[in-house]
Design a protein around this ligand. Structure first.
Ligand code: MLC
Ligand code: AMP
Length: 443
């Protein structure tokens, strides 16, 4: 298939080590055979959900669904019951429950049309339940080709990462990107510094929390000096982490900016300079606009072929092809882009995960002892931001019980890391919670 041409397409060379996850490897021929066996099972289904655990099974299931021409819905591996039920019912997907990577098939299947839906990723807004973002074969191809161009990513690379297989970073770039480029992928199951060091890659992906943890282990960091390129994204890379990583590995990391809805739209380049605190230039095919009255700092708008086509039950609300990101940016006179913040405080980025404050508040309010809840992101040295909840209760309950309640309900990574039990929430005359009056010191 075109999207995965470098690994499964006709004429691609057989790689004995096409995909390795947690120490188990499939050659490209074996991956194609196993994925075709999945495709034969699901053929005819419009939408297929995959439990996106960090495993070889997940890669085979996703490739199989794509080969069958279905839209694939990766379900976060740590999703609690409410989030999981929402994703399955909202998407109407058939859940693929067992995948046997030792099966093989050689059925031939028609190539999906470029604008057929390929991937539906669920992502949080400021309020309500996560929405399904629909990408097509064409948007995914445009997205991975643009980063391959920026990063000189070829079949000669060996990609290493350990990011979740249900988001743009770990799945679209980290799996589909590698399969399209034809570069072997080593997924370390968890993005731990020692595992990165041992994997011997040329190209490494990480969120800022991962790079900060790598810097805290200098021996592991030094082992990455043999790589070609280190790439950071999904949240702002703090300047001290950029500098320390540069000093320890000899590589100034490439920083890039993206969203579930837009894939990667801005990046510095493998063949160009890197600037701490900046995310670079629009990638191939992308235009950007900073909607600011004074022309300097304002909301970032992006346009390009890798943007989402629609949400599951909604149009994408593009204006003449432009998508309003909700991020506040600055475009320097020499073209470098810098992300300076978000328009809404109700979208939290913790460890590179996007978490809607409203969604966590709704989960807390579902607990019988909770009367009122307000959730914010507070500065956190390791995670960038920590999910912090202020809760008014009507009966005795331990903070830990509320954290676990959210972890069981939504996803483990959405749980509050800090819960403050308070007498009341600060409200304005209209009764609206004043979140700016909440908050505390750096943790
Ligand atoms: C802890 N655990 C619990 C729990 N508390 N389990 C149940 N209930 C509770 N109350 C368990 C977890 O299940 C997990 O187990 C372990 O404790 C640690 O969980 P954690 O604290 O969440 O992990 P942590 O080490 O803090 O994770 C840091 C991290 C992670 C960096 C590894 O945040 C991460 O993977 N981030 C990447 C996010 C990402 O890829 N974002 C990209 C979005 S796309 P166990 O056994 O599972 O370890 C995007 C576009 C773009 O943004 O531009 O890229
Ligand atoms: P998600 O939808 O999970 O992909 O999250 C997208 C959001 O992550 C963006 O809207 C930004 O707020 C943030 N983001 C991604 N990459 C970067 C980056 N390099 N610097 C700052 N923020 C980023």
């Amino acid at each position: 298939m075109r999207l995965l041409a470098g690994t499964t397409g006709p004429g691609s060379t057989d790689r004995p080590d096409a995909v390795t996850v947690a120490g188990r490897t499939l050659s490209s021929e074996a991956l194609l055979g196993a994925a075709l066996a999945v495709a034969a099972d699901v053929r005819g289904a419009a939408t297929v959900a995959v439990d996106a655990t960090p495993s070889l099974e997940t890669v085979v299931a996703i490739v199989g669904g794509l080969l069958a021409g279905a839209a694939v819905v990766p379900v976060p591996s740590d999703a609690g019951h409410a989030e999981r039920a929402h994703i399955l019912s909202d998407s109407g997907a058939v859940l693929l429950d067992t995948v046997d990577v030792s099966r093989r098939s050689s059925i031939s299947l028609p190539e999906p049309a470029p604008e057929d839906p390929a991937l539906i990723m669920y992502t949080s807004g400021t309020t309500g339940a996560p929405k399904g973002v629909v990408h097509t074969h064409a948007s995914l191809e445009a997205g991975v080709d643009a980063v391959a161009d920026a990063w000189d990513w070829t079949a000669g690379d060996r990609l290493v990462h350990g990011l979740p297989l249900f988001h743009v970073h770990g799945l679209v770039l980290g799996v589909l990107g590698a399969l399209r480029a034809g570069s072997p992928l080593v997924h370390t199951r968890k993005p731990e510094p020692e595992r990165y060091a041992a994997a011997g890659g040329t190209l490494y992906f990480g969120v800022p929390t991962v790079w900060s943890r790598v810097c805290a282990q200098p021996a592991a960091a030094r082992a990455l000096s043999r790589a070609r390129l280190l790439v950071s994204g999904s949240a702002a890379l703090p300047v001290p982490v950029f500098d320390r990583l540069h000093a320890l590995t000899g590589h100034a990391p490439v920083e890039r900016y993206g969203m579930t809805e837009t894939l990667i739209t801005i990046s510095s380049r493998a063949d160009g300079p890197r600037r701490a605190g900046h995310v670079g230039f629009p990638v191939r095919g992308v235009e950007t606009r900073v909607a600011a009255e004074d022309g300097a700092i304002g909301e970032l708008w992006v346009r390009g072929p890798m943007l989402l086509r629609r949400y599951v039950h909604q149009t994408a609300d593009l204006e003449d092809g432009w998508f309003r990101t909700g991020d506040i940016a600055r475009k320097d006179p020499d073209g470098w882009h810098r992300i300076v913040g978000r328009a809404s405080t109700d979208l939290i980025k913790s460890g590179g995960y996007r978490i809607g404050a409203g969604e966590v508040e709704d989960a807390l309010l579902a607990h019988p002892a909770v009367r009122e809840a307000a959730v914010i992101g507070t500065p956190h040295a390791d995670l960038g931001q920590a999910v912090t909840a202020y809760v008014v209760v009507s009966a005795a309950v331990a903070e830990r019980e509320l954290e676990d309640f959210v972890a069981r309900h939504l996803s483990v990574h959405k749980r509050p890391r800090v819960v403050h039990l308070v007498e009341s929430l600060p409200r304005n005359a209209m009764g609206k919670v004043q979140k700016k009056r909440l908050g505390g010191p750096m943790l």
